[in-house]
Design a protein. Structure first.
Length: 329
């Protein structure tokens, strides 16, 4: 039995060595076939999209480009796989445009697509074909430093959370430098922001907001900070007299009551600042002449900043127009 066991162990080792040797042979031929397939694949033609860097050179120091020029454009190239692989790892050459070749008195330049494709194909391998060019003609504006200072106009929709109010909104900077051709600057009055929309605001915040793009115009800076101050709201009541205007010297107004309550919401920071003197209730003589029931509806002509949800109590009062006696005058 011992001799048989030893023979069986030697047979198992031999079979194991044969399996290992067969595995190595299999792996070798597998790698060889993969390499052969890879080289065959590289010799076939393919199409692939690439990004090409674009640069405008030779811009004089006194020239301001007022258009955001693209730093690259996309193309689809066709060639052997080996060549496309080379472009993939080495990168495509940069397309350089010389400013002097396109200098125009109008300050408006349109570089034809043919110029861009020509400059690119000159730097590609002879076998490479340009299948498609993913942009239209390159267009840009420039001037020789002509600019004006222009105020910023904020376009926004700001909605605070319940029980909160927006106490103030400011823009920094409140004006920007605008570079453009004279014909454009003569028609512009404001540098407008892109719309800012915020809801459920419950705390003060600052938002960076870009200025609206205008063809041929460069803003410096190109964005502004919008500072939104939020305050917790509380209710306040003041007593305000009813005043009258445009009355003849021989007439006077009596209202019942003579004072009404103004109930409103105001931020905690402005609670003490807003007083009865900030509200004016005015009744005009010519309006009262149209009334037939002896009652006048009251309304506020204007509201102080920072107040909301304003109510007049009562908002309808009785009135009498009396003749003024000599004693009263």
């Amino acid at each position: 039995m011992g001799g048989f066991a030893r023979k069986w162990i030697r047979i198992r080792k031999l079979l194991s060595q044969m399996r290992d040797r067969n595995s190595l042979v299999f792996l070798f031929f597998l790698a060889l076939s993969a390499a052969f397939w890879f080289f065959l694949a590289l010799s076939d033609e393919y199409e692939r999209e690439f990004s090409v860097a674009l640069k405008l050179r030779g811009v004089p120091n006194n020239v301001v480009i007022t258009t955001d020029l693209p730093s690259s454009f996309r193309v689809v190239l066709k060639d052997r796989g080996s060549q496309l692989l080379n472009y993939e790892y080495a990168g495509l050459p940069t397309v350089n445009l010389d400013f002097k070749n396109y200098d125009q008195q109008s300050g408006h330049v349109v570089v034809p697509t043919a110029d861009l494709t020509k400059r690119l194909t000159q730097k590609l391998a002879p076998t490479t074909k340009l299948v498609s060019f993913r942009r239209t003609a390159l267009e840009y504006y420039y001037n020789y430093g002509l600019n004006v200072k222009m105020p910023v106009a904020l376009k926004s929709t700001l909605k605070p959370e319940r029980f909160y109010g927006i106490s103030s909104v400011s823009v920094a900077p409140d004006s920007v430098t605008v570079y453009a051709a004279k014909s454009i600057l003569d028609t512009m009055r404001l540098a407008k922001t892109v719309p800012l929309y915020l809801t459920n605001i419950s705390e003060s915040t600052t938002e960076e907001v870009a200025l609206q793009t205008v063809p041929g115009v460069k803003f410096v800076p190109a964005s502004v900070d919008v500072n939104i101050n939020v305050d917790q709201m509380t209710e306040k009541t003041v007593s305000v007299p009813v005043r009258w205007v445009n009355f003849p010297a021989s007439k006077m107004l009596r209202t019942f009551p003579t004072n009404v309550k103004i109930i409103f919401q105001v931020g905690m920071s402005n609670y003490r600042k807003i007083t009865a003197d900030d509200f004016t209730l005015v009744v005009r003589y010519e309006d009262l002449l149209k009334v037939t029931d002896g009652k006048v509806h009251l309304s506020l002509r204007s509201l102080p900043a920072g107040v909301s949800h304003v109510r007049i109590v009562p908002d309808v009062v009785d009135f009498l127009i009396e003749d003024v006696t000599e004693e009263e005058t």
